[in-house]
Ligand binder design. Structure first.
Ligand SMILES: Cc1cc2nc3c(=O)[nH]c(=O)nc-3n(C[C@H](O)[C@H](O)[C@H](O)COP(=O)(O)OP(=O)(O)OC[C@H]3O[C@@H](n4cnc5c(N)ncnc54)[C@H](O)[C@@H]3O)c2cc1C
Length: 290
């Protein structure tokens, strides 16, 4: 049986308390939210920390989904299950329920959090692709105060984020725009597995039915935190059509950087990036009509 190395355990009761502990304990301390990524890594001895700061009591402060007039705010401690079950969120961003249906299993979804998913920064993390698709901003707080960074700046590379020592992610903010919708699709080897490849798409239409903006977020095919600007440029001002989705699919195939591993070959993943881009764009546009 795998066991982690020895560590001290602290339980934070408020955001300020957690930040105070992080500041005092320094880089030998780590926050634990759902624990579904951190603890497996510690058990495998891929990560070792002297202190774990449990932030589950912060669910009262940071477990929220607020749909406002021009943005949606989601707290870092919001659990996968809550994202899956929120009708209000599904109404404005159905991409969340699409993605949550295929993330792991109920045990993981009951505990795992939005903040843990983004801060883990695994290139296969589905919610990172969702937040990239939706052009989310991340609100980070530390001893020096609060700052907001784009998804592009938040993910610095695999397993690396803009959250510095002594800081924590508080929430994400997602702009709400009219006449838009979104969708997510994933190919996995078995139900509940990490993605071989997955894609999210969000589309907004002008009054005349042409595309105002379109963004695509890919997971498991290399770092993608930009929403693929070339797809936005190719689709803007055009009426949605199968030919347009084909062009976007070709751009997604070119933009991704998959690696061959036990989940599939680079060629297969590149093919999936194109196909899933085509399907999710089509579904997002259909949903605007519906
Ligand atoms: C069997 C299994 C299958 C899975 N399948 C999938 C899948 O298909 N798709 C998918 O996307 N994910 C999958 N996951 C991962 C799951 O989504 C995790 O819940 C998620 O990666 C991490 O969330 P967590 O709350 O458990 O984070 P934790 O494990 O608690 O933390 C992860 C990292 O984030 C840091 N952290 C947590 N919260 C904050 C915060 N607020 N501020 C700063 N740092 C923070 C921690 O210090 C740690 O470094 C799977 C996990 C398991 C165990």
């Amino acid at each position: 049986m795998q066991v982690p190395g020895p560590f001290e355990y602290e339980r934070a009761t408020t955001v300020d308390h957690a930040i105070g502990l992080l500041e005092r304990l320094g880089s030998t301390a780590r926050l634990v939210a759902g624990g579904h990524s951190l603890l497996p890594m510690m058990k495998l001895r891929l990560a070792n920390f002297d202190y774990l700061i449990d932030i589950n009591d912060l669910h009262t402060e940071l477990g929220f989904i607020v749909v406002g007039d021009d943005e949606v705010r989601i707290g870092a401690m919001t659990r996968h299950r809550e994202l899956l079950e929120s009708d209000e969120l599904a109404r404005v961003f159905p991409i969340f329920s699409d993605a949550e249906r295929v993330i792991a299993d109920p045990v993981v979804r009951n505990r795992g959090t939005l903040g843990g998913s983004l801060c883990q920064a695994d290139p296969s993390e589905d919610l990172s692709a969702v937040c990239t698709t939706l052009n989310a901003s991340c609100v980070i707080r530390g001893p020096a105060g609060t700052r907001t960074v784009t998804m592009e700046d938040f993910h610095r590379g695999p397993y690396e984020t803009a959250v510095g020592d002594g800081e924590m992610l508080l929430e994400v903010r997602i702009p709400l725009r009219p006449r838009g919708s979104s969708a997510y699709e994933k190919v996995e080897r078995r139900a509940g597995d990490w993605a071989v490849t997955s894609a999210g798409a969000a589309v907004w239409l002008n009054d005349d039915g042409t595309v105002a903006d379109a963004r695509v977020g890919l997971a498991a095919v290399g770092p993608n935190t930009t929403g693929i600007p070339a797809i936005s440029a190719a689709m803007a001002g055009q009426p949605p059509s199968e030919e347009l989705y084909d062009r976007a699919a070709a751009i997604a195939r070119d933009a991704c950087e998959p690696a061959t591993d036990q989940r599939g070959s680079a060629d297969y993943k590149r093919h999936l990036a194109g196909e899933l881009t085509r399907r999710t764009l089509r579904r997002a546009v259909q949903r605007i009509g519906g």
